[in-house]
Structure formats: structure tokens, C-alpha cells
Design a protein around this ligand. Structure first.
Ligand code: 0RQ
Length: 502
């Protein structure tokens, strides 16, 4: 502990988790560190769970993104969370959101910092921040994620630090903390290459704000992604062939452009596909570094990887955190305001790969709401990247739930990414390159190349009748029927219906 706490005046602030948790009051807005189960505060939230056994209180919880079970399962199920934002990914809190017990603000991850600056969430009373060290000059060094912690630290009235001594000291130096000034007084972000470092190695705070330090040894909850399967492997191969065609067309070289890939099993599998390819000197400029990125660094394919979080399965946690020195000069963790910043995504020319739940025949994408009403996880950074990327790619299997659901529907039941933000769609069936195409041209590629064979006829039937019914309008739809596939799913547990043969 002595070694990790450089600012000796703070030694008197070391308390138990219970004492720290008692500082938080009913109605407080609380910022917490953490992004996709990495670098989240753990022991103080669990002390809040204990406190809730004898006392009724509620708080609003804002983070970088999803957290491990301590907050998004146990704290949620203890009834402590009134409002939650900007992302979650745990069945525990998801159920309480979908039963109306917790208000959930699902927001673009790059937008949070501006909302904090404008005071939209209300005054942030406490930030609970997991750190690997506090340096002599008062820099708080975050652990496996940065997320929104720098902006929370700037605006929070008080800070509780969870000094986690189980994280390796080699994390010190990996972070690159740059926080833009207020809008109107802001310079251009000084980054023209994704491998540049532009900030400090930690978060500068006024030590007077630090009200408690709790020593922790709790590891991050491992990521739950499943290994690539045959279909995700096929999607990866389709995408690699697409990149080869882009090289032939002179739009890319075999270094590609900085790559962003979303979270989840599909996105991880797609990146994994680069391992046996001819692409080299790749740069990753993403929001989460999953297992695949470290395998690609080992394979000599990725030369540098920046993000706001490192989220690994148990096996990769051992491999990476046990040998962090090996990766230290090849990785960098930035605030999510920077990793997801539209200015940088556009300037650096990112290739962005995110996951859809469903998409429609015109290319609108739903990433968040099952059948339009039930929250899955949230939009996360997918909107930040898709709209501003050089290439906005969406991947999904063409079906879900054993084929009862077609991922390609007449009209999406919720829109996260409009047709204007979606360049390329990939399913295990094939690819639709939508760039430069009008809506009716898109339909031809999406149904022909990407839809599951079981649903093609049904999709053509809808589309052809829509063209006829509207007199061939710009974007043909039969409004009474556009969402009938979802209605059918609710009533009959399947989107399949008998298509009258012409
Ligand atoms: O559920 O496991 O219960 O069967 O959704 O689907 O195919 O395993 O894919 O793990 O990659 O997750 C969109 C949810 C995909 C995720 C989503 C069901 C399916 C399964 C998971 P089961 P898969 P993945 C990064 C940027 C948010 C947007 C984003 C996600 C479960 O990638 O949340 O990319 N993305 N953000 O059966 C009903 C459909 C379905 C469906 C799939 N049409 N209807 N259920 N499923 N399609 C995140 C951050 O920024 C932090």
C-alpha cells in the first residue's frame, strides 16, 4: 500500500469500505469508474449492498459503460439504483430496467462528458474510482479502464478511491489522459495518428476532494464472450475478402485503417479472423480491447492498440496481466470522450465494426431493443463510431433463437443507426455494400446476400407488395404490415408465416 500511495498526506484517509459507503446519502448522484466489467469500483458498492439490508435509500449511478456484478446485479437487486446510465450489460439490472423498477438512460458514450459539463445529470456528489496508485504529484492512476472517470473527477464534489493492489503496477504509464476544455474555449484535439500520446499518465485531482481511500484486492469480473464458431468465422472471412476488394479498388492498403470493433462474441470473432491473414501493421483504435486484440499483438499483426478499456476472459486475464510489461508499449487507455470522439474517428479514418440485433431491408439498424420495447444492453459507442467512421460496418447472424427470429425484417422495431450511418452489412450468408446506393438498390443486396434462406421469400413478398402499394415510392412500406413480423413473434413465437406463392 505504501508504494501505491505516493501522496503521503492521504494515508489518514484510509478507511474500511463500510465507512466509505456511509458517506453516500439517499438521492445522491454517484459517478463510478468502470467500462465493460473492467476497472469498476467493487468493494464500496458491495458495502452499499450491505447497508441497504437495514436502510432504504436510492442513488443515481453513472459510469463509463457496463460494470461487473457488484453494481449491475447486486446493487441493482438491492433496490439501491433509481437511475442508471449510460450502458449496462448484465441480466440482473436488465430485468429491473425492463420491469420499470430502474430508469435507464441509454446514451452515446462520447456524449457523457459534455452532459457532465452542462450539469445535466445534476451535481455529482461522489465519484467512486478504482485506482492502481496515487502518485506523489497527486495523479490518480486508473486500472483496466478509463471511461468517464476524468470528467467525473473534475466535476464530482467528493471522491472515494478504491486502491486496488491486486492490479499490476505495470499499469502505470499505460493511460493517456487528455480532457478537452469547455466548448467554445476548446482547441482541436492534438492527435493526427492513433498511436500518439497526448495527455498525462493519470487523472489530476485536487487532493482535498479525496474523502476516503479503501484498499481492495478484488479482481475484475472476466468477460463472458464465447469463442468463435463456424458462422462467426464465416463472417470474419467475408469481411476479410471485402477488405481485399477495397485494396484492389485502391481505397485501402494491407495496413487498412485504424480498426474499432464493438463488444461481444461476434465482434471478437471477426477480429480473431485477422490472425491468419496477410494484413499487417494493424492499428486498433477502439473502445474495448477484447481477447482477440492481444492474440493479434502476439501474432505480430497488431502494432498498437488504443481503447478506453481492457476486457478479457479469465484465460486471457492471466496471460495479459501476468506479462503486462510485454504489452506496455503497444497499448494505451484513453478517456471514452477521446476514444469515441467524432472529431478523431473522422480524422483518423476508422473502420468500425459493430453488432446489430436486427436490421431492415433498407439498412436501418436496431442494436438495443428486442422487439422494439425490451432493452438488451444499450447503444454504447456504436453510434459514435458508425456515423463518423470511414467505413461503418454492422455484423449479425441472419437469424436468432434457432431460426424463430429473422435478423432482417421489413422495418426495424427501434432505430439506433439510421440507413445514413450504415455502410456495410455482414451476416454469415454474405455481405451488402450499401455505399452510394438508393433505398431500393439496397433492398436487392440485403435480401439477396444477407437474409437467411428461410426468410428470403417472405421478405421479397413484403417488398414487392410494398412497391406496388406505394406506386414505387422512394422507400416502399406497407405501414399496417411493417411491424407484423414482431407481432407474429409475440403471438406465435416465430416470425415465419406462410407466404402465398405468386
Ligand atoms: O441471446 O444468448 O439468450 O440466445 O441476443 O446475441 O448473437 O450472441 O451476439 O454477444 O455479439 O451480442 C447486439 C446484443 C449482440 C451486442 C448485441 C439475442 C441472441 C443472444 C446476443 P441468447 P449474440 P453478441 C460496444 C458498442 C450494442 C451496440 C454496440 C450489443 C443475444 O453486441 O449489445 O455494438 N451491442 N455497442 O439470441 C431477439 C433479435 C436478436 C436477439 C440476437 N433480433 N431479437 N434477440 N438476439 N438477435 C458496446 C460498448 O460501447 C460498451
Amino acid at each position: 500500500v505504501q508504494k501505491r500511495l505516493g501522496l503521503k498526506e492521504l494515508e489518514s484517509k484510509i478507511v474500511t469500505a463500510d465507512v466509505a459507503a456511509a458517506l453516500i446519502s439517499d438521492g445522491d448522484v454517484v459517478g463510478m469508474s468502470g467500462f465493460t466489467r473492467a476497472g469498476d469500483a467493487k468493494v464500496v458498492p458491495m458495502a452499499l449492498v450491505e447497508r441497504a439490508k437495514n436502510e432504504k435509500f436510492k442513488i443515481d449511478v453513472y459510469t463509463g459503460a457496463s460494470l461487473g456484478p457488484e453494481v449491475d446485479k447486486y446493487l441493482a437487486e438491492a433496490g439501491v439504483i433509481r437511475k442508471r446510465g449510460p450502458f449496462q450489460g448484465d441480466a440482473g439490472i436488465r430485468n429491473l430496467i425492463n420491469s420499470g423498477d430502474i430508469q435507464y438512460v441509454d446514451a452515446h458514450l462520447s456524449h457523457n462528458a459534455e452532459l457532465v459539463r452542462q450539469g445535466i445529470m445534476g451535481p455529482i456528489k461522489y465519484l467512486i474510482l478504482e485506482a492502481v496508485a496515487i502518485t506523489e504529484d497527486g495523479l490518480i492512476i486508473p486500472t483496466n479502464s478509463v471511461g468517464n472517470s476524468p470528467i467525473f473527477a473534475e466535476y464530482a464534489e467528493n471522491i472515494i478511491v478504491e486502491l486496488n493492489i491486486s492490479h499490476p503496477e505495470a499499469l502505470i504509464g499505460i493511460h493517456d489522459i487528455y480532457v478537452p476544455a469547455e466548448q467554445g474555449q476548446r482547441e482541436a484535439i492534438p492527435m493526427t495518428d492513433a498511436t500518439q500520446r497526448i495527455g498525462e499518465i493519470g487523472i489530476k485531482v485536487d487532493p482535498a476532494k479525496i474523502k476516503a481511500i479503501v484498499i481492495s484486492e478484488e479482481p475484475d469480473a472476466p468477460s463472458l464472450i464465447v469463442p468463435p464458431d463456424e458462422e462467426t468465422q464465416t463472417m470474419a472471412n467475408i469481411l476479410l475478402d471485402f477488405f481485399r476488394d477495397e485494396i484492389k479498388a485502391g481505397r485501402l492498403t494491407n495496413k487498412l485503417m485504424p480498426l474499432q470493433s464493438g463488444v461481444g462474441s461476434v465482434a471478437n470473432a471477426v477480429l480473431d479472423g485477422f490472425a491468419d491473414s496477410e494484413f499487417e501493421d494493424l492499428v486498433v483504435a477502439s473502445e474495448v480491447l477484447q481477447d482477440a486484440v492481444f492474440n493479434l499483438i502476439d501474432a505480430g499483426k497488431v502494432k498498437f492498440a488504443a481503447a478506453t478499456s481492457i476486457t478479457l476472459t479469465e484465460e486471457l486475464q492471466k496471460k495479459v496481466y501476468g506479462n503486462l510489461e510485454k504489452y506496455a508499449d503497444k497499448i494505451c487507455l484513453r478517456p471514452q470522450e477521446i476514444s469515441n470522439h467524432p472529431e478523431l474517428i473522422r480524422r483518423l479514418g476508422l473502420i468500425s465494426i459493430n453488432t446489430a440485433l436486427e436490421l431492415d431491408i433498407y439498412g436501418n439498424v436496431n442494436s438495443t431493443h428486442v422487439s422494439g420495447t425490451k432493452m438488451m444492453n444499450g447503444i454504447g459507442g456504436s453510434g459514435d463510431f458508425a456515423r463518423n467512421a470511414r467505413l461503418g460496418i454492422f455484423v449479425t447472424k441472419s437469424y436468432a433463437k434457432g431460426g424463430a427470429i429473422s435478423s432482417i425484417v421489413p422495418m426495424v422495431s427501434h432505430v439506433d443507426h439510421t440507413e445514413h450511418d450504415v455502410d456495410v452489412i455482414v451476416t454469415e450468408q454474405g455481405i451488402a455494400d450499401l455505399r452510394g446506393l438508393a433505398p431500393k438498390e439496397r433492398v436487392q443486396l440485403i435480401i439477396k446476400n444477407c437474409a437467411h434462406p428461410d426468410y428470403k421469400e417472405q421478405l421479397w413478398d413484403y417488398y414487392n407488395r410494398a412497391v406496388e402499394a406505394t406506386g414505387n415510392q422512394q422507400t416502399p412500406h406497407i405501414l399496417e404490415e411493417a411491424l407484423s413480423w414482431h407481432v407474429n413473434l409475440t403471438k406465435n413465437k416465430t416470425m415465419k408465416k406462410e407466404v402465398a406463392k405468386a
